[in-house]
Write a new protein. Structure first.
Length: 454
């Protein structure tokens, strides 16, 4: 990539390097879905509101997004292997601290630590692969790396669900400790240290290309939709349907495994005819799937959720991979690390905005309609006032508990709460679909010819 390094970084065991990098990526990816799946249990354990849960989820994503670009430059200056090791060890230590936390404040602080060290891991990982393998084989290697990350996204909710259900939510984070230690030992055995020659204003040079700018925006848009979808759908499955975390994770496996199929399809199509069609068609598929999910009833059957979710997953895979290829292939060759950091930062920023904005849509919908619906359901004014003070539970898909209320009144409150959450989720999904359709013409600005293979 960069023509001259302080050390060659050549690996006697390049496939071990790939294994270590994949382990680091899996930790970062799994922790993104772990908090989503564990959110209801965390809320009960530390008495967290929906706003607290959004903060716990978002502080990780915000710090990760803010740290990725500086971490890329740091890896070039102090060493890619050293940066990766620091990130892996710090991520493991932060995970251990989270597993021992007993308050919202502690969770927020240590999740921020995870975000910081996760930011060190990601750009360094790509740089390590670029030095461990000969350039002519790098495309296939990155394909494996991307497939492993996509698979982690797919099985992450299921694994997290079983762990949360069987061992409690702290165990999800405790699992990172041995993974981090193994990744460090493997990377020490696989590659020597390497440092790239510094380049002036690398990010500005990458962003100088218009297709790169639009592709990064579209990557952010995809994360906006996917993170917001998973955040709300988890509450719907666990609190409205009453599923165990493992069952909710199994339902969420459908869209995420579809990403594994859509991603290579998007990559192959983008190689042959350019990124426009896979990006635009993928975006429209995701929008169509979101509209489908906006029709599901309170007691939806599996197929009613799975069918539109598969469309979302496949469309997301094609959309994101084609846009990512644009970022990498349209950037200066020697700045592929910075280009990768840009892609990852855009994804994290989009995820933060998706959780925050779609969560706000839910809160607004509940705040506007709860009192009216309780009145229409015949709930006595005194009990309705108690329920209104617990509207934060409704925002999470849970029904307020009214002590001393007759069973029929409690049933009405539960029915109203679940119906209102489902309606709020519908509104959030329709907003997300509308934004995607409005943004889809940007895909036409990415170019229409096959990217150069140089």
């Amino acid at each position: 990539m960069v023509p001259a390094d302080d050390a060659s970084g050549a690996a006697a065991r390049p496939w071990l390097a790939l294994a270590a990098v994949c382990m680091g990526g899996i930790m970062v990816v799994l922790d993104g879905s772990a908090v989503t799946i564990a959110a209801p249990r965390i809320a009960r354990s530390v008495h967290a509101s929906l706003g607290d849960l959004e903060l716990i989820a978002n502080v990780y994503l915000v710090v990760l997004a803010l740290g990725i670009l500086p971490a890329g430059r740091l890896a070039d200056r102090v060493g890619r292997r050293a940066t990766f090791i620091a990130g892996a060890l710090g991520f493991g230590a932060s995970s251990l601290a989270i597993s021992l936390s007993h308050s919202v404040g502690e969770l927020v602080v240590f999740r921020a630590g995870q975000g910081l060290f996760g930011a060190l891991l990601q750009p360094a990982a790509l740089a390590l692969l670029s030095t461990a393998f000969p350039r002519e084989r790098l495309g296939a290697v990155l394909g494996i790396w991307g497939a492993v990350n996509a698979l982690a996204i797919g099985v992450g909710p299921v694994i997290a669900g079983f762990i949360v259900q069987g061992l409690g939510w702290p165990a999800v984070f405790l699992l990172n400790v041995p993974v981090a230690l193994v990744a460090v030992m493997v990377i020490l055995a696989a590659v020597s240290e390497s440092r790239a020659q510094p380049s002036p204003r690398p990010l500005r040079r990458v962003l100088a290309t218009r297709p790169v700018r639009w592709a990064a925006a579209l990557v952010a848009m995809s994360s906006f939709a996917v993170f917001g979808l998973l955040f709300l759908l988890t509450f719907y499955l666990q609190n409205v349907h009453g599923f165990k975390p493992s069952t909710a994770g199994a339902w969420l496996l459908t869209p995420t495994l579809a990403v594994v199929i859509g991603a290579p399809v998007g990559g192959v199509v983008a190689e042959r005819i350019g990124p426009r069609r896979p990006v635009v068609l993928g975006m429209l598929a995701v929008a169509g799937g979101l509209v489908g999910l906006a029709q599901v009833p309170v007691d939806a059957a599996f197929w009613q959720v799975a069918a539109p979710a598969v469309l979302i997953g496949f469309g997301t895979g094609a959309w994101v991979i084609a846009a990512t290829r644009t970022i990498v292939t349209e950037s200066p060759e020697q700045l592929v690390g910075t280009a990768s950091a840009l892609q990852q930062a855009a994804s994290q920023v989009g995820g933060v905005l998706g959780i925050a904005i779609l969560g706000a849509v839910m809160s607004i919908r509940v705040g506007d309609d709860l009192a009216r619906r309780l009145h229409e359901g015949g709930v006595p004014r005194s009990l309705a006032a108690v329920a209104l003070r617990s509207r934060g539970l409704v925002v999470e898909g849970r029904a307020p508990v009214l002590r001393g209320a007759p069973p029929q009144v409690a049933h009405v409150v539960a029915t109203v709460s679940h119906a209102l959450f489902t309606d709020g989720m519908h509104s959030a999904f329709l907003l997300s679909a509308a934004l995607i359709v409005l943004a889809s013409p940007l895909g036409l600005l990415l170019g229409s010819v096959r990217p150069p293979s140089a």
